[in-house]
Write a protein of this length. Structure first.
Length: 288
């Protein structure tokens, strides 16, 4: 049973990282970036490049993933959002979908359609803790998730740039009036979102294969986690992602892998019917 919990938490952490990118972009520009899964895919290929092709150590490979994902996030913002920033929100959503299709095709043309794999990050694949046997990759994913969210919390609540980014997400017009460089803040939001997605993809490669289409299923599950946890809530993204990961794991093991998506969608529908605002409802204040 504990192994199911570990596996569920591992996938839940990945979904939480992707979900955070959803919320960050939504709060910054008011649009949902459904290409977030393709940014995960890009990060996985950067990881393969760093570890598999360049033979870098773990820290150096992570630096490659961070820099590469940040660059992809910035270019994504310039091409998919910036030209349409003053238009209807639906235009930005469609543009992000188109940019995601471009990323998938670019990955397939550059790396080929065959999936890539990567050896585990640590020589010791299993770690024994208090009588429990835990995969080292699961520990790495959990620790990485905690570190990333801790760094994000410090950045958003303890730095001036983070406060400006929060102000921009709350009200772009008022932030502009106070002298905050709104365009730079939005670009920064896309960069951070790209880095979070890229790190999720990097951590997944030893478990899953890196392929051009790997992001679709991940982004759907992360989206479900966002809705269950509460749209716009960072704690909701974490809790919702973990719930989806646990649901999938326990359903696949105790019932059948054929029903894991069915059960997850049933839980989503139940949340929408019973508590449509999600577990952690976002506090909304009327502007006057």
């Amino acid at each position: 049973m504990y192994q199911l919990v570990i596996n569920g938490l591992t996938m839940g952490c990945i979904y939480a990282l992707i979900a955070f990118g959803f919320i960050l972009i939504y709060n910054a520009v008011g649009a949902v970036n459904f290409a977030q899964g393709d940014l995960v895919m890009a990060g996985s290929y950067f990881g393969v490049l760093g570890v598999g092709l360049l033979g870098l150590d773990l820290i150096s490979a992570m630096l490659v993933v961070v820099l590469g994902s940040a660059a992809v996030g910035y270019v994504f913002q310039r091409l998919a959002y910036y030209p349409l920033r003053d238009g209807p929100t639906i235009n930005v959503v469609i543009s992000c979908l188109g940019a995601g299709i471009f990323l998938r095709n670019a990955a397939q043309n550059l790396a080929g359609p065959e999936p890539y794999t990567m050896k585990p990050f640590f020589d010791t694949e299993l770690v024994h803790v208090s009588g429990l046997t835990i995969p080292s990759q699961s520990i790495f994913i959990a620790v990485l998730t905690v570190i990333l969210f801790a760094v994000q919390y410090w950045f958003f609540f303890r730095t001036n740039v983070g406060r400006m980014l929060r102000a921009t997400a709350n009200d772009k017009y008022a932030a502009r009036l106070t002298g905050i460089p709104v365009r730079r803040m939005i670009a920064l939001a896309f960069v951070i979102s790209g880095v979070m997605a890229g790190m999720a993809g990097f951590a997944l490669v030893p478990i899953f294969l890196a392929s051009p289409n790997m992001g679709f299923g991940l982004v759907v599950k992360a989206w479900i986690g966002v809705v269950i946890g509460g749209f716009g809530s960072v704690p909701g993204a974490i809790v919702g992602g973990i719930i989806v990961g646990l649901l999938e794991t326990f359903t696949a093991s105790l019932i059948s892998s054929d029903y894991k998506d069915v059960i997850t969608m049933m839980v989503l529908l139940a949340v929408l019917f019973l508590r449509p605002q999600g577990i952690f409802s976002e506090s909304v204040q009327e502007k006057v």
